[in-house]
Design a protein around this ligand. Structure first.
Ligand code: GAL
Ligand code: ZN
Length: 661
C-alpha cells in the first residue's frame, strides 16, 4: 500500500528533513516520490554530478522505514542544458522557440535532449538501483509536451514512413487532393504549423499519434536502461489526464510495469466524486485491474477560476474511492507546501500552516485507515459487466477545426455515459478500441463519440452484438475511418447495419436550447435525421423539421441514441438496458449520493450526501478498519466513508434481482 506523495527535499534546508521523516512516520506515510524535478541539483553543470544530498535523503527515509519511488528528473532540464543545446528547446506552432524558466521546456525529438536524459537516468540508476529504500522507478513526469521544430519534422517523417507504406498511401490517407496538398516528396511534409486557414485534419491526427509514440520511445529508452540495472524494481511513469495531453495512454499502458495516474478533480460538488470514479475506472482498465494513484491534491483544488478547500471527510472519501477502484494506495502532490515557486499555493499534506492544521490531522487519520486496510487488499476483483469505449485518437479528431458544432466535446460525452452508470450504481470498465479488445466479459458496451472506427473494431462490435451483447451507440460514433475519412452512404457507416439505422443529416443545435423527445426525455446540442433500416424507434423528436422522426432506436440488442440526451435521459436508458441485460448494481436501493464499490471481499460505502444514510449489506460484515461487527445494515454519517468486510465469499451474487430503481 502506497501512502505518501511527491517529496522535494531539495527545496528545503537539511534541518527540515529530519522533521519531515518524523512527520511522515506520524502520518503513516509508506512511500514518497523523490527527485521529480531535481535535475539541476543532481547535475549542476554538464557531466558534473552531485548525489551526496540525495544519498542522505534516501538513507534518512530508509531509516524511517519509508520507501522511495525514485524519479528520473528529465521533465525539466536545467538552464545550462538549454543554453548549451538551444536546438533542443521546443518550437510552438507559430514558430516561436520557447526559453527555459518554467518546466517541460525541451524537444523530445532533439538528440541532445535524449542523450542528456539517458545520461542522467543511467547515473541515477547506477547509483541507486540496489538502494534498500527503492520501491519503484518513476521515469520523467507526465509526458505530454509538444514541439513543431525541424528536428521534430524529421522524426515525424520517419514515423510516417513506417506507418504509411508509400507516399501515395499517405496522400490517399490524408485526402491531400483537397486544397492541393499532394506531397511528391517525404521532405515536403511538416508538422502542423501556423498556416493560412484550416489545417488538414488527418495531418493533425497523425501528428498527435506521432507525438505520443515519440514520447513513448523516450520513456522506453529510460525504462530499458533502468531495467538492465535492476530487473526486479517495477518501472512506471505518471499518466496525466487532460484535453491538452498528446499521449494515448491505452498504448502506453502495455509498456509500464505499473499504471500510475495523476488525477485532479476540478469541480467541487458531487461532480468531483463522479470525476474521481471516472478516473479510477479508466486507470484500472488501463492497468488491467491494478494501478496506483500517483498524484492528487490533498486539499485545495482548482475549480472554475478559484481554489476550493475540501470539506472535512472529503480527502478520505476521494482517496478511498481510488483505492476501491483498484489503486494500490493514494499518493499526493505534494508532501510539504513550498515557500516559493510557481505552485506556491498548491496544497500539500503539510501545509504552510504546518502540521498543526486540519489537513494534516485528516492525513494522519487517513494513514491509520489505509494502514489497517493494507493487508486486506487483494488483487482487484471488480466484476464489471459494462464497458465504455475510450479512444484518444477519436478525442483528438473531435478537437479539430471544421467540425459541425463548437459544442462537440468528446471527454464530456464519455464522462456523461460513465456518470449515468455511476448514478445507477453499476460497476463500469473502459475498453480501448486502439488496442482491441476482448469484450467477452461484458454484457453491455457503451460507445460515446467513438468518431474513428477501423474495420476490425466494427467487426468486434458486430460479433459482440451477434453473441447477444447489448451495444449502445451515441451520436458521432462510427463516422470516420482512422484517417478521419467519412464512410459514405449515411452515418454512422461503421455501425449502420448493426444498428439498423441510416443517418442522412445532422442537426446541430444551439447550446442550452432543449430538444424534446416523445418519451419525455430532453436532449441538448445535437439531433439527427434517422431513417430506420431494420431498427424500431423507441423515442421520436417532437418539434421542428424533425418532428415525428426517430431519435432513439433499437435493433435487437443494438441501441442507437441520435440526440444529445441529458444526464437523466442517459441514466434512464442505461438502467433500462442494464435491467434487460441482467446487470445488477453493486447494491440495490441505495439512497441518493451514496456510492458503493466492491473490491474483492471489501465493500466501500461513501456517503456524499448531506444527511445520514442507512444501507443494507449483501451479507453480514465487519468494519475492515476497526474490526467492529456491523451486522447486515449500516448507518453512515454524512461525508463519511466506511469499508465493510463481507462475510460471504467473492463470487456470491450480490443482488437477488436484476431490476434497478
Ligand atoms: C501535476 C504535476 C505536479 C504538479 C501538479 C499540480 O500535473 O505532475 O508536478 O504540478 O500537477 O497540480
Ligand atoms: Zn522539436
Amino acid at each position: 500500500m502506497f501512502f505518501g506523495g511527491d517529496y522535494n527535499p531539495e527545496q528545503w534546508p537539511e534541518e527540515v528533513w529530519d522533521a519531515d521523516v518524523e512527520l511522515m512516520c506520524e502520518a503513516g506515510v509508506t512511500a514518497v516520490t523523490v527527485g521529480v524535478f531535481a535535475w539541476s541539483h543532481l547535475e549542476p553543470s554538464e557531466g558534473e554530478y552531485d548525489f551526496a544530498w540525495l544519498d542522505r535523503v534516501l538513507d534518512r527515509l530508509h531509516d524511517g522505514g519509508i520507501k522511495v519511488v525514485l524519479a528520473t528528473p528529465t521533465a525539466s532540464p536545467p538552464p545550462w542544458f538549454t543554453l548549451a543545446h538551444p536546438e533542443a528547446l521546443p518550437v510552438n506552432a507559430d514558430g516561436v522557440r520557447l526559453t527555459h524558466g518554467s518546466r517541460d521546456t525541451y524537444c523530445v525529438s532533439a538528440p541532445a535532449y535524449r542523450l542528456a536524459a539517458r545520461r542522467i537516468a543511467s547515473e541515477l540508476g547506477r547509483r541507486y538501483a540496489d538502494h534498500p529504500a527503492l520501491a519503484m522507478w518513476h521515469v520523467h513526469n507526465e509526458y505530454g509536451t509538444d514541439c513543431r521544430c525541424d528536428l521534430t519534422a524529421a522524426a515525424f517523417r520517419e514515423w510516417l514512413r513506417a506507418r504509411h507504406s508509400s507516399l501515395d498511401a499517405l496522400n490517399e490517407a490524408w485526402t491531400t487532393a483537397f486544397w492541393s496538398q499532394r506531397y511528391s516528396d517525404w521532405a515536403q511534409i511538416m508538422p502542423p504549423r501556423a498556416t493560412q486557414y484550416l489545417p488538414n485534419p488527418a495531418q493533425v491526427l497523425d501528428f498527435r499519434r506521432f507525438l505520443s509514440d515519440e514520447m513513448l520511445s523516450a520513456f522506453v529508452e529510460q525504462r530499458d536502461l533502468l531495467r538492465g540495472l535492476n530487473p526486479s524494481t517495477p518501472i512506471t511513469t505518471n499518466f496525466v489526464q487532460g484535453g491538452w495531453v498528446s499521449v494515448d495512454h491505452a498504448r502506453w499502458a502495455g509498456e509500464v510495469d505499473v499504471v500510475a495516474v495523476d488525477h485532479y478533480p476540478d469541480l467541487s460538488d458531487i461532480s468531483a466524486e463522479e470525476q474521481t470514479a471516472f478516473a479510477g475506472d479508466l486507470a484500472r482498465s488501463w492497468g488491467r485491474g491494478s494501478w496506483l494513484l500517483m498524484e492528487t491534491a490533498p486539499n485545495l483544488i482548482f475549480t472554475r477560476g478559484r481554489m476550493h478547500t475540501k470539506e472535512p471527510g472529503r480527502l478520505a472519501r476521494q482517496s478511498l474511492s481510488y483505492v476501491a477502484r483498484g489503486s494500490d494506495g493514494a499518493m499526493y502532490f505534494q508532501w510539504r507546501q513550498p515557500r516559493g515557486g510557481a505552485e506556491v499555493f498548491h496544497s500539500a499534506l503539510v501545509p504552510h500552516a504546518g502540521p498543526d492544521s486540519p489537513i494534516f490531522r485528516e492525513v494522519v487519520d487517513l494513514g491509520t485507515r489505509l494502514g489497517a486496510l493494507s493487508s486486506q487488499l487483494e488483487p482487484t476483483e471488480i466484476p464489471a459487466e459494462v464497458a465504455v469505449t475510450w479512444d484518444a485518437p477519436s478525442w483528438w479528431a473531435l478537437q479539430g477545426a471544421g467540425l459541425p458544432s463548437a459544442g462537440i466535446d468528446y471527454l464530456a460525452a464519455v464522462q456523461q455515459t460513465h456518470r449515468a452508470l455511476f448514478r445507477a450504481g453499476i460497476p463500469t470498465d473502459f475498453v480501448f478500441p486502439g488496442t482491441m479488445i476482448d469484450l467477452s466479459a461484458y454484457r453491455i458496451v457503451v460507445v460515446p463519440h467513438l468518431y474513428l472506427v477501423s474495420d476490425e473494431v466494427a467487426a468486434a462490435l458486430r460479433d459482440f452484438v451477434a453473441s447477444g451483447g447489448h451495444l449502445v451507440v451515441g451520436p458521432l460514433s462510427g463516422v470516420a475511418d482512422p484517417f478521419a475519412r467519412v464512410g459514405p452512404g449515411g452515418y454512422p457507416a461503421a455501425f449502420r447495419h448493426i444498428l439498423g439505422v441510416r443517418v442522412t443529416e445532422w442537426h446541430p443545435q444551439d447550446p442550452g436550447v432543449p430538444v424534446h423527445l416523445d418519451d419525455g426525455s430532453t436532449a441538448f446540442g445535437w439531433a439527427e435525421r434517422v431513417e430506420l433500416i431494420g431498427a424500431q424507434a423507441l423515442a421520436r423528436y417532437t418539434e421542428g423539421t424533425l418532428a415525428g422522426e426517430p431519435a432513439v432506436t433499437r435493433n435487437g440488442t443494438a441501441w442507437y441514441v441520435s440526440a444529445g440526451l441529458d444526464d437523466a435521459g442517459w441514466e434512464r436508458m442505461l438502467r433500462t438496458i442494464a435491467a434487460e441485460a441482467n446487470v445488477p448494481p453493486v447494491l440495490e436501493g441505495l439512497p441518493p449520493e451514496v456510492e458503493a464499490v466492491r473490491r474483492g471481499q471489501l465493500l466501500f460505502v461513501f456517503n456524499h450526501s448531506e444527511s445520514e444514510a442507512s444501507v443494507k449489506l449483501p451479507s453480514a460484515a465487519t468494519d475492515a478498519v476497526t474490526g467492529r461487527f456491523l451486522g447486515t445494515e449500516i448507518t453512515i454519517r454524512s461525508a463519511e466513508a466506511l469499508v465493510a468486510r463481507l462475510e460471504k465469499p467473492v463470487g456470491t451474487p450480490t443482488a437477488t434481482s436484476a431490476s434497478s430503481e
